[in-house]
Ligand binder design. Structure first.
Ligand code: AHR
Length: 520
């Protein structure tokens, strides 16, 4: 820690009178109450979904190298990436876009690979799109890693008929011409199409539509998503950009009864401005603090969009799916600007964990999310370089948080002093909790302050815990990262800083750290 950052940390801490006086080391005093006797909604596993778009090296190179590749693969899918994704039990993958979806015509991606048309990926880098990875490759990939399927359809340049035939191709058990085309292409059994999105960002790259126009388009297109009796495909309406509450209001008013879910996209831009993207790795503490402010906006956005949804859907039948989110930095120097390839540091991990806490705490409405994106694009889980692979700090958050998949959310009210730098101020510590099927209570704590550890005292009501164990993710530097040469710099470790005495759980939470505890 430099003298400068230490001074600023002390000032910030003193400003909120949060330092434990008399001890050699400053620490923030945080209290919390965990109500194990007030179970909330299920934390759906799909909250841990991921987004994989035809963008840069996300699909090609990242997931798919083709059967002839020297990189070890199974039927064209990289073995290392598949194993890493299986290890964190990715519950769902969203494909093929993003903006790519509203320019994608599914017939380009079926049939013999050598005969598929080569197109230009006009959205991302103007590179050739061979269509080698198409419908079969995606659906089989999802099966291979054990994930549910979320296909985003084309509204912007497509038509209801094209969309309807794609769905028929995917799910029809009949011998219709379209279903038999699927068989001729090597797949007899219909796939399970779990989710279908009616367009993407139709307020922007998906057609520059008004909310009123998209509402009508949604109703029109969604009417032709027909699946066989006894099966269910969740219909997702393309939702708002960030804080466009008019979009949510219009869509819910005009089409709530025709949808199962509404999407929300929100990216964290540390500067708060699209025109000013900042380095993923080279940043100071002010930028760290600004990043946290921008990331925690997710809570306000979900709260406000949910309140509008409650007006039209008080029983919360319609899910709010945050199917694109994450940190958006400047691309790594020397890489194609259209490929959105960025490094990933401890800062990304802290943001991911704090955001997952927000999702858990809104589990009654937020039932699916997809971080952008899975491999080599934006806030990726995994980075690859030819035959090498590295697991990012964000990947390790998804690993730590695995016990929350399918757990029941438990309310945890946190009283935390602020972490403040310049004009940026956020609660130093955020938390969430859940109970798994075996009755084990899991508590996630995130210290957003990069300098000052916290002493967190959690009063647990409604359960008598006997033992506590956990893991921690942290590193000495704010911008610590895993590189191809040093892939294990940021990795979870066993955590011994928690103790249970009666109904009080005491946690010595390191600065800039994510801790996940199990109470048995
Ligand atoms: O994830 C990258 C892009 O961000 C997606 O294609 C688009 O939906 C969003 O604007």
């Amino acid at each position: 820690m430099t003298l400068n950052t230490l001074t600023r940390a002390l000032v910030a801490g003193l400003a909120v009178a949060a330092l434990t006086t008399g001890s050699a080391l400053a620490q923030t005093a945080v209290t919390a109450t965990l109500r194990a006797d007030q179970p909330g909604a299920r934390i759906e596993p799909e909250i841990y979904g991921q987004f994989a778009e035809h963008l840069g090296r996300g699909i090609y190179e990242g997931v798919w190298v083709g059967e002839g590749s020297k990189i070890p693969n199974t039927k064209g899918y990289r073995n290392d990436v598949v194993a890493a994704l299986k290890a964190i039990h990715v519950p769902l993958v969203r494909w093929p876009g993003g903006c790519f979806a509203d320019d994608y015509h599914w017939r380009d991606g079926v049939g013999p690979r050598g005969k598929r048309p080569v197109k230009v990926n006009v959205i991302w880098g103007g590179v050739e799109e061979t269509n080698a990875f198409g419908t079969h490759e995606f659906m089989d990939f999802a099966e291979l890693i054990g994930a549910k399927t979320y296909v985003a359809g084309n509204v912007g340049t497509g038509a209801p008929r094209e969309m309807a035939e794609w769905v028929e191709y995917l799910v029809s058990p009949t011998h219709s011409t379209v279903a038999d085309e699927r068989r001729a292409n090597g797949r007899d059994k219909p796939w399970k199409l779990d989710y279908f999105g009616v367009g993407n960002e139709n307020w922007g790259c998906g057609g520059d539509m008004t909310a009123e126009h998209y509402t009508n388009q949604y109703r029109n297109f969604a009417a032709f998503i027909r699946v066989p009796e006894g099966t269910k495909t969740v219909k997702i309406a393309g939702g708002p950009n960030t804080d466009d509450y008019h979009w949510t209001e219009t869509l819910m008013k005009g089409a709530a009864r025709y949808m199962d879910a509404l999407s929300l996209h929100y990216y964290t831009l540390p500067s708060g401005k699209w025109e000013n993207k900042l380095s993923a790795t080279n940043f100071n503490e002010q930028v760290w603090a600004d990043t946290m402010v921008q990331a925690l906006r997710m809570d306000e956005l979900i709260t406000k969009h949910s309140a509008i949804m409650d007006k039209y859907d008080p029983k919360k039948r319609v899910g709010l799916y945050v199917d694109e989110w994450g940190l958006w930095h400047a691309v790594e120097p020397g890489t194609n600007p259209g490929f959105l390839y960025q490094q990933n540091t401890l800062r990304d991990a802290v943001v991911a964990a704090a955001t997952l806490n927000i999702f858990h705490n809104h589990a009654d409405r937020v039932r699916l999310t997809a971080i952008a994106q899975m491999v080599n694009v934006l806030q990726a889980m995994i980075l690859t370089d030819k035959d090498r692979m590295v697991l990012t700090p964000t990947y390790w958050v998804y690993d730590l948080y695995q016990p929350f998949q399918g757990a029941t959310q438990l309310p945890i009210a946190v009283s935390s002093p602020a972490y403040a730098v310049g004009g940026a101020s956020v609660p130093a510590v955020t938390a969430s909790a859940g109970r798994d099927a075996a009755g084990v209570i899991h508590v996630a704590l995130v210290n957003l302050d990069p300098n000052t550890p916290a002493k967190v005292s959690v009063t647990v009501t409604g359960v008598a815990g006997k033992a506590v164990s956990g893991r921690v993710l942290t590193a000495p530097a704010m911008n610590a990262l895993n590189s191809f040469d040093h892939p294990d710099t940021v990795k979870p470790a066993a955590f011994s800083g928690a103790s249970l005495k009666g109904d009080v759980l005491t946690v010595q939470l390191p600065a800039k750290a994510v801790v996940v505890l199990a109470l048995k």
